[in-house]
Write a protein that binds this ligand. Structure first.
Ligand SMILES: Nc1ncnc2c1ncn2[C@@H]1O[C@H](COP(=O)(O)OP(=O)(O)OP(=O)(O)O)[C@@H](O)[C@H]1O
Length: 281
């Protein structure tokens, strides 16, 4: 059952209630998202997958307060989001555009803390810790354009975690890096997530990535979007690229998610959307 959109879950860190987004264009209204309701508990790592154009980016923009929904609401710790909340950080796919090329790595990571008025000593400590967490302690004085794509994305991740967000939103952050770097960054996210206890919502096109990374996978239908399925990923918490991906359960889960996305692409709507973690069998 889809939970009542009017009932906020008081235990959730992030609540999306009856979210609808209609874009007004010269060609008429585009209903990108029809009705989305789900909650993320504190410290959860959930992946969001869905067909192209199903409204993943639209949803993240509404959650991060960059865009107002047409109907419904987003609650962070029970408070309605009406603009970018302090407790949230976003990492986008296009690291090249999100880092300032004229600023050194360290200054890029430090900037949001400066803007927030964090004192210098505390800023230095947070930046040092974040650079160490992403394995970039050795390049603080480099400029972003002197680094590889994967390293630049690490800088963007360091900037987000230095900010100590309660919720970290990631919009296809690894889509533009090579496969080997991507695998390393996936593992980095799991390490950082466990270490910091941050709540993560990770948007990806990649089904294997969603199953490997997530404790939970939320599958969106095709547009106008509702939740197609919301499943718990019951893989061992300690994951590694070789062993986890070789598990029979990994294969079962990825088949299941793949099938659901194929159904969504064909316009199949869920009979009764689940929320908060249904099994797959
Ligand atoms: N600014 C906009 N104005 C009008 N329509 C828009 C706008 N942004 C997105 N849309 C439409 O809303 C729908 C959802 O788009 P969105 O980019 O959120 O989907 P997505 O799932 O992130 O797509 P992809 O997986 O291809 O990145 C699409 O039909 C898109 O054309």
């Amino acid at each position: 059952m889809q939970p009542d959109a009017t009932q906020a879950n008081t235990e959730a860190t992030l609540s999306v209630r009856g979210l609808k987004k209609v874009y007004q264009t010269d060609g008429g209204d585009v209903e990108a998202v029809r009705n989305l309701t789900f909650d993320l508990r504190a410290g959860e790592l959930a992946c969001l997958v869905g067909p192209s154009g199903s409204g993943k980016t639209t949803l993240l923009k509404c959650i991060s307060g960059l865009m107002a929904p047409t109907e419904g609401e987003v609650l962070l710790d029970g408070k309605r989001v009406t603009g970018p909340p302090k407790k949230m950080a976003v990492v986008f796919q296009e690291y090249g555009r999100s880092l300032f090329p004229w600023m050194r790595v360290r200054d890029n990571v430090e900037l949001p803390l400066k803007n927030q008025g964090v004192p210098k000593g505390e800023r230095d400590r947070l930046v040092d810790n974040a650079l160490e967490a992403v394995g970039l302690s050795h390049v603080p004085r480099s400029y972003p354009w002197q680094l590889s794509g994967g390293m630049q994305q690490r800088v963007a991740i360091a900037r987000a975690i230095a900010y100590q967000p309660e919720v970290l939103l990631m919009d296809e952050p690894f889509a533009a890096v090579d496969a080997q770097t991507r695998a390393d960054l996936e593992d980095l996210i799991r390490v950082v997530w466990k270490k910091l206890g941050v709540t993560v919502l990770f948007v990806t096109h990649d089904i294997d990535e969603s199953v490997y990374l997530g404790e939970r996978v939320i599958i969106l239908s095709s547009s106008p979007t509702v939740i197609q399925e919301d499943i718990q990923i019951d893989l061992p918490a300690d994951r590694d690229q070789l062993n986890t991906r070789s598990l029979p359960r990994f294969t079962e889960l990825r088949h299941h998610v793949y099938e659901q996305i194929q159904l969504a692409k064909k316009g199949h709507r869920p009979a009764a959307a689940t929320s908060g973690g249904a099994g797959t069998e």
